[in-house]
Design a protein. Sequence first.
Length: 282
Amino acid sequence: MHRPSRPARVLASALATGALLVTAACAGDAGSPEAAPASPAAKRTPSSPSLSSLSSSSSPSASASRALTTNGAKAALITEADIEDDWTQVSNASSWRDKLLAGKVDVASFLTGKTGSQDCQKLIDGLYSDTLLGRPVGASALTGFTEGDARLLYQVGDWGKGSLEKSLDWLKSLPDTCDQFTVTGSDGGKRTVQVVSGSLPAVGDGRQGLTLTVQGTANGEPVTLGLDVAAVRVGSSGILVTNGGPSGVDHDSTRTAVQQGTQRLQQVLAGRTPSPTPTTLD
């Protein structure tokens, strides 16, 4: 089956990728995503209809949802078959960290002063530590996928309805509050961050998407990190997707992960076991 090619790469330098995307996992790390070690953000654990064939109305209603369990969170994780393309599921997603997302926001550049800079610092810190929606109050799980120099991180968890609603409202405000700002890394390097709203499928009880562009340097060479952020609420549980890399963002993969992941979570919360996604691979 022929698939559309990924967006044009902004930078494809392996050198830049190595400097930007670092992992704390051991070289000999093995095992499935379900067996990945726990982290403070989540218990790190982990073919395909088209987007047009799926809708929020085709999935169990969130009103019939129950509390998310550990096994349910694992079952709600998406797989390679759900997002297709050339994504490969990995076992070390719990250790992913991106150096361009580590640093201190320049307060002086904000017209809104300290309050605005705090929101942007919270955004950067949350993305770096995988705690953008806070820490789950119940069960949670995480998995990750790679394709070239791009990484897609997928979290599912029970953050609580009220907390998720506040988080979605906060994310919605960021394109205005954090339209463009500067971050200074530990090496003194300056990075320019731009934040705009992103488009998501109409799924779940609430949702918000963002796209970030981070411009900086790696090994003395200019580099740009593109990153999609997508959050969806289903009852008191939700999903969080971050996707991108120094060669740009595949927005279609983000939307597919959101579509398929929300459906799986709704099925789990309705007491069902998600069926394996049929693959269209030969």
